[in-house]
Design a protein around this ligand. Structure first.
Ligand code: SAM
Length: 278
């Protein structure tokens, strides 16, 4: 099943136990599996999600990811703690969404599923464009959980595809995870993504956002991190103020305070319209 939107985004969707238009074959061996890591997709270059996994002490990463994680930790000794706090924030924010009774989850830049990942009781759509992450997500897909290989910087086409396939009811509130992703998007792309979400999602939808910030870094540390960071996608280190400005440009109200110890965190409610296309 390939829709117009799928053709536009180049998206591939895998449904748990259902139909699939799959990720590349070569991606089916994911990080952390036995075998020659160098022959696996992504092994030659570090990837953001696997570096994060390495910082968390996970097993879904390659030597190149661990080496970069170690290098970054030398520059910013508290980095592992910041990444752990981000994970805790995500878990608590998701628990709160479940508690509120939200049944629809859209996880943008979902990354590698980990054993610590919270269970979502409703329908969930996980989106990423990293082949290793998609392969890993696909392996744990189950009924009611859909994995899309797509670029979140083409949000109109992505939402059209989700709508076309009936994966989520976009006229009803959705919980959107955008955790530890904004710092991988440039200003223009990030603003466009957030503006589109604010315009397209139903009123009452919530965006759960976290991002690394440069607030706690000296100029020398900031320079050293940006220079050392060789993973894909690239890193855009912003201050809390700059990160907030990206959300407010999308007409989203950011609560204060939202930045502490190198981490921006916010749960914002989408003012929304009617969830339909324009
Ligand atoms: C640091 S990981 C964060 C993973 C997870 N959201 C978390 O909270 O741990 C960033 C993820 O965003 C994904 N990503 C970055 N830019 C993307 C884009 N334009 N389209 C889809 N995924 C993207 C990366 O592939 C990566 O898996």
């Amino acid at each position: 099943m390939v829709s117009r939107s799928a053709a536009q985004t180049g998206a591939a969707v895998v449904a748990g136990g259902g139909w699939s238009a799959s990720a590349p074959q070569s991606a089916s061996r994911a990080a952390g599996e036995t075998g020659d890591a160098a022959s696996c997709v992504g092994a030659a270059q570090a990837a953001a999600n696997r570096v994060a996994d390495a910082l968390l002490g996970g097993a879904r990463n390659f030597a190149v990811d661990r080496a970069l994680a170690d290098q970054l930790t030398v520059i910013v000794p508290g980095l592992r703690h910041v990444v752990r706090r981000a994970r805790t924030f995500r878990r608590h924010a998701l628990d709160a969404a479940v508690h509120r009774g939200c049944t629809q989850l859209l996880d943008l830049g979902a990354g590698i599923p980990t054993t610590g990942a919270p269970r979502w009781p409703g329908i969930a759509v996980y989106v990423d464009n990293d082949p290793v992450a998609v392969a890993d997500l696909r392996r744990v897909a189950s009924p009611g959980r859909f994995v899309m290989s797509a670029d979140i910087l083409a949000p109109e086409a992505l939402l059209d595809l989700i709508d076309d396939l009936g994966l989520l009811r976009l006229h009803e509130p959705v919980t959107v995870l955008l955790t530890m992703v904004l710092h991988h998007l440039d200003d223009v792309g990030a603003r466009y993504l957030l503006t589109t979400l604010a315009q397209r999602l139903a009123a009452g939808s919530r965006l759960i956002v976290s991002a690394l910030t440069s607030d706690a870094l000296t100029d020398a540390q900031r320079h050293a991190v940006v220079t050392a960071y060789t993973a894909a996608p690239r890193l855009y280190l912003r201050t809390t103020e700059q990160t907030s400005a990206i959300l407010t440009a999308g007409h989203l109200r950011v609560p204060h305070p939202c930045g502490r110890g190198g981490l921006f965190t916010a749960t914002v409610t989408v003012p929304g319209t009617d969830g339909t296309r324009r």
